[in-house]
Design a protein around this ligand. Structure first.
Ligand SMILES: [Zn+2]
Length: 87
């Protein structure tokens, strides 16, 4: 789970790739791309074109189970439950 500086949060935060974010939020990858395009979540786009979503913004965007209240918990849930390829 990479950490990047989120300019919106003003600090380094956990970031999820699109597949992880979609899985964590229980939405399609298309929806995640829409959120990025509409700036509904904080996204970092690497020079390679790969996109990562700030976990803090994802938590605010979606209503997770009460156990998932912070980015670290979200990351654990994703890691535990997600066999999806990255990308
Ligand atoms: Zn952020």
């Amino acid at each position: 789970m990479p950490r990047f500086l989120c300019v919106h949060c003003g600090r380094e935060t956990l970031h999820l790739n699109v597949a992880h974010a979609a899985n964590a939020a229980q939405v399609s990858r298309t929806t995640v791309y829409t959120w990025i395009r509409r700036k509904l979540v904080h996204a970092v786009i690497l020079p390679s074109g790969r996109k990562f979503i700030c976990a803090n913004s994802l938590i605010r965007r979606t209503s997770f189970d009460p156990i998932v209240q912070d980015a670290e918990a979200l990351a654990r849930v994703v890691i535990d439950s997600d066999p999806l390829p990255t990308g």
